[in-house]
Design a protein around this ligand. Structure first.
Ligand code: ATR
Length: 273
């Protein structure tokens, strides 16, 4: 068996991970604090089989991304209430040869708002999309005290998610007339991502000044959705912020010490250019 003995190993595992920004961000953190560790991007297709090799090589921590967050939840020991409610683990830490799992995606959302001093408690928030990413956002928005409603291209998924989280749902067809009810909007679908066909799932002309708008898409760093919100006087929060703060929370869990936020932010924003 081969073990890496002088350098602690970390990685993001997913499929695809070729363009992941996490190695730039995490290696910058290790350099800033002089930690003898290295963070890789590992293309993992067969989760359970590949985890055997990763474990044998002695990795200490893993960031888990699409499509393995649900599998990671099943593999790990999870005593994190958020991960259980969201149904996904995006961070693994090896403790006494056991993988423990946690969800830091929702922390990424909460800390993006906190870092800008934005308080959405008591505000009406609309979540676009009803997939895995939406679950973390809904959990975060509820933790921040918002009153949450979900809308999705496929109505049934929005209504079943609403049932599960005890929130509201609106039909996609009534989105345009209902949107003025909301002060906060979260975009959690892949629409707007580089290489993704442009579609008009969201009518861009209905943002109102003063709305707080977050788009989880960070490739491109400024999506058409964000540009349109900005032009209409909204406060816009980038998905890059969420990536940064979920990474900060992962680092702090792995190392039990404060993360070098500025170094991580600089590396992340440079890598995203
Ligand atoms: P993730 O885990 O990244 O959230 P997912 O679970 O596949 O990915 O969910 C993707 C979400 O984006 C879903 O809400 C999906 O809508 P459907 O439930 O109708 O499939 C939404 N989505 C994906 N492509 C979309 C598109 N072209 N227009 C509108 N919504 C889209």
């Amino acid at each position: 068996m081969i073990r890496c003995v002088q350098t602690r190993l970390f990685a993001v595992i997913g499929h695809p991970v070729k363009h992941s920004l996490s190695p730039a961000m995490m290696n910058a953190a290790f350099r800033a604090l002089d930690i003898p560790a290295f963070y890789l991007a590992l293309e993992v297709s067969d989760f359970l089989e590949d985890m055997k090799h990763i474990t044998a090589l002695g990795f200490d921590g893993l960031s888990v991304t699409i499509p393995h967050k649900e599998s990671a939840m099943k593999l790990a020991v999870v005593d994190d209430e958020a991960a259980r409610a969201i149904g996904a683990v995006n961070c693994l830490k090896r403790v006494d040869d056991v993988w423990r799992g946690k969800n830091t995606d929702w922390i990424g959302v909460v800390d993006s708002f906190k870092s800008r001093g934005i308080d959405i408690s008591g505000k009406k928030a609309l979540v676009l999309g009803a997939g895995g990413a939406a679950r973390g956002v809904i959990y975060a928005a509820l933790k921040m005290g918002a009153e949450v409603t979900v809308v999705n291209r496929t109505d049934e998924k929005a209504f079943s998610l609403a049932d599960e989280f005890g929130i509201n749902a609106v039909e996609h067809k009534s989105l345009k007339e209902r949107v003025c009810d909301f002060q906060v909007v979260f975009q959690t679908t892949p629409v707007g991502m580089n290489g993704y066909p442009v579609e008009h799932f969201w009518p861009y002309d209905i943002f109102r000044p003063g709305m707080i708008v977050m788009d989880l898409v960070y490739r491109p760093a400024k999506t058409a959705f964000m540009k349109s919100a900005e032009e209409r006087g909204c406060t816009v929060i980038s998905g890059l912020d969420m990536l940064l703060y979920q990474g900060v929370a992962q680092f702090e869990w792995w190392f039990d010490r404060p993360a070098p936020l500025e170094a991580m932010k600089k590396a992340l924003y440079e890598a995203a250019e």
